[in-house]
Design a protein around this ligand. Structure first.
Ligand SMILES: [Zn+2]
Length: 83
């Protein structure tokens, strides 16, 4: 069984472009597991110049979506990694 959520995400992860390893976001990620989407309100540092486009290799890595009324980026499969 999954652990219940605490107050909120406290761990910050760095999200990188899979193609060129450029840093895209610092993100307060909730929970464990795969990184599928990121809510814009939880991005603590945004290194992109154009939304959803890698600032280094100019490849799109996500799409802008609305999830439960909140603006978010949905990552394109295999385009990013995080640590
Ligand atoms: Zn890139």
């Amino acid at each position: 069984m999954a652990k219940p959520n605490k107050k909120g995400p406290s761990k910050t992860v760095d999200i990188f472009c899979r193609t060129c390893n450029a840093l895209l976001f610092k993100y307060r990620k909730g929970g464990k597991g795969a990184l599928v989407k990121s809510f814009k309100t939880r991005i603590s540092q945004d290194h992109t110049l154009v939304p959803c486009i890698c600032p280094n290799c100019q490849k799109p890595f996500a799409r802008e979506v609305i999830i439960r009324g909140l603006p978010a980026y949905k990552f394109i499969g295999g385009k990013v990694w995080f640590k």
